[in-house]
Design a protein around this ligand. Structure first.
Ligand SMILES: [Zn+2]
Length: 181
């Protein structure tokens, strides 16, 4: 999915919530507080929440993620992540705030959380979102190289996508280190 498709696909915040739920709980919703699977969903004003019947706590899909305690809709978070990953030389909070029509200080704080998550265990939570964005390093795989390496066309593309993602993660880590200096 390229950046334009991400922006189109997640115009509706409910779609972003459903997407994150499918990535976080692919088989069954699990309570983040007690790991029980006895849960049910309910609508709280405009927000979808889950109720645990073991510990009686309610939670949303963003609990214990970088999106927790944020008043920013999830689809805006996804758009910002897509912008950060698609900018080959990085993107400033100023530019991202203009692109998303948001306050610069808000975007700066969101970018800080995203970079921090990329460098820690929470990167796993972002994996599904990161994979929405894809690009090829050095163009499409060459036929000659694929024959030499005994790769199928599909395997060649997968290798390039993996390189692209690793490259982006490394860049974000470097940005994070630079911002701490
Ligand atoms: Zn529970």
């Amino acid at each position: 999915m390229n950046i334009l498709n991400i922006f189109k696909e997640f115009q509706d915040n409910a779609k972003a919530v459903t997407y994150l739920e499918s990535k976080r709980w692919p088989n069954q919703v699990i309570c983040p507080y007690c790991n029980s699977d006895k849960t049910c969903s309910h609508q709280e004003k405009t927000k979808k929440r889950w109720q645990c019947w073991s510990c009686y706590k309610s939670f949303s899909v963003t609990v214990c993620t970088i999106f927790h305690h944020s008043h920013i809709p999830l689809n805006k978070w996804f758009m910002l992540i897509a912008l950060m990953l698609s900018a080959k030389k990085g993107i400033s909070a100023y530019q991202a705030s203009r692109d998303l029509g948001m306050r610069r200080v808000t975007v700066w704080s969101m970018m800080h959380r995203i970079r921090k998550a990329m460098a820690t265990d929470q990167a796993e939570l972002l994996k599904g979102i990161v994979e929405m964005d894809e690009c090829y390093v050095g163009g499409k795989p060459r036929k000659k190289m694929m024959i030499m390496n005994h790769l199928s066309a599909d395997a060649g593309l997968r290798r390039k996508r993996l390189l692209a993602r690793l490259n982006e993660r490394e860049k974000l880590r470097l940005n994070e280190l630079a911002s701490q200096c």
